[in-house]
Design a protein around this ligand. Structure first.
Ligand code: NAD
Ligand code: TYD
Length: 341
């Protein structure tokens, strides 16, 4: 089977391709990625010469390009993925996340092939108590999550209207190797290493459910191979934590691993003005994945975080190149506006 993987040079896509090529060597992977600021071919260095892997630089919004490609299924990771960026400028989010997805849905319709659309728990919005199931209403609160919710609804509409073979997955916050260092966990690690202030939004008590990226990739593999057409599957880590707890846990581990003093690293924590529209708590119920498809997360948070820190400590050239590029400009724009509380 020839699988068109879109956004495969990003964080989750690159981890997925590596997993897929080893779990299913019979599959051919065509990785289509625009290589935005978040796309990085270094993420795929160790598999780029495999005969069943091919990279194409291109945009999922490009109708002609997609039409000219040959494939038997699509797994759509391509997206603008960072909430803070969507607050600064939502246009690329609407373009890629909505129009790009619609273009891929059309391509699947014409070819009559399966499409797995990779989405997020953020489409459900914030919940004070309890957890969202696949039947919960969508109440997105950021331009990012609104664009993902739109694409989910389009995917569902293509199933209802055209009988398209579509599967939607909604996963909670991922962490692990190759995550772009604007997201919380890699940001805390590299700021600790570099002795930079660690911005914690608001009171630091917002809650996210965290899952290791490899557990997400395995769930996607199962949903793609065995999922039922038209179904939505929540994927979660059963691991809800306050942001400030994560930050402190990371600093403790970085201190242990680098011989630095934990107190000195804790002194870097800087409470900053809250993110506008900041969702207080995300919580999803992943029991459908567990009961129906027999998947459950395997990585403990303690080990997953520890391995992730090791990876960032061992791969400083990877993130040093990133933080010396375009990202620096974004970071100044973003945090220049944020005052200490
Ligand atoms: P990422 O930002 O690291 O990677 C996105 C990739 O998409 C990049 O390689 C980028 O170059 C590519 N891309 C962007 N626009 C494109 C376009 N128009 N055409 C082709 N390629 C394009 O994101 P990620 O964290 O790997 O997330 C991947 C997917 O998983 C996204 O759809 C995201 O919404 C979803 N998701 C992410 C998380 C998370 O915690 N990171 C959780 C749940 C769901
Ligand atoms: P993030 O990694 O951006 O993921 P998302 O907003 O998609 O959940 O942020 C995770 C949480 O950490 C979120 O509540 C915002 C918070 N956060 C900070 O407190 N400081 C930071 O510098 C960043 C990037 C995030």
């Amino acid at each position: 089977m020839r699988i068109l993987v879109t956004g495969g040079a990003g964080f989750i896509g690159s981890n997925f391709i590596r997993h897929e090529l080893s779990a299913h060597p019979e599959h051919q992977i065509i990785n289509l990625d625009k290589l935005t600021y978040a796309g990085n071919l270094e993420n795929l260095r160790n598999i780029e010469n495999l005969p069943n892997y091919k990279f194409i630089k291109g945009d999922i919004c490009d109708k002609q390009l997609i039409k000219s490609m040959e494939f038997d299924a699509i797994i759509n990771f391509a997206a603008e993925s960072h909430v803070d960026r969507s607050i600064l400028d939502s246009s690329p989010f609407l373009q890629t996340n909505i129009i790009g997805t619609q273009n891929l849905l059309e391509a699947s319709r014409k070819k009559g092939c399966r499409i797995l659309h990779v989405s997020t728990d953020e489409v459900y919005g914030s919940i004070a108590t309890g957890s969202f199931t696949e039947n919960s209403p969508l109440q997105p609160n950021s331009p990012y999550s609104a664009s993902k919710a739109s694409s989910d609804m389009l995917a569902k509409a293509y199933f209802e209207t055209y009988g398209l073979d579509v599967i939607i997955t909604r996963c909670s916050n991922n962490y692990g190797p190759y995550q772009f260092p604007e997201k919380l966990i890699p940001l805390v690690i590299y700021h600790a290493v570099e002795g930079k202030p660690i911005p914690v939004y608001g009171d630091g008590k917002n809650v996210r459910d965290w899952i290791h990226v490899m557990d997400h990739c395995k769930a996607l593999d199962i949903a793609f191979e065995e999922g039922k057409s038209g179904e939505i599957y929540n994927i979660g880590g059963n691991n809800e934590q306050e942001n400030i707890y994560i930050v402190r846990m990371l600093l403790k581990k970085v201190a242990e691993k680098t011989g630095r003093k934990e107190d000195e690293l804790s002194g870097l924590i800087t409470f900053v003005k809250d993110r506008p529209g900041h969702d207080r708590r995300y919580s999803i119920d992943p029991s459908k994945m567990e009961k129906v498809l027999g998947w459950k997360p395997e990585t403990s948070f303690d080990k997953g975080l520890s391995d992730t820190i090791d990876w960032y400590l061992e791969n400083k050239p990877w993130w040093s190149r990133i933080i010396s590029g375009e990202y620096v400009y974004y970071y100044k724009t973003q945090y220049g506006e944020r005052d200490k509380q």
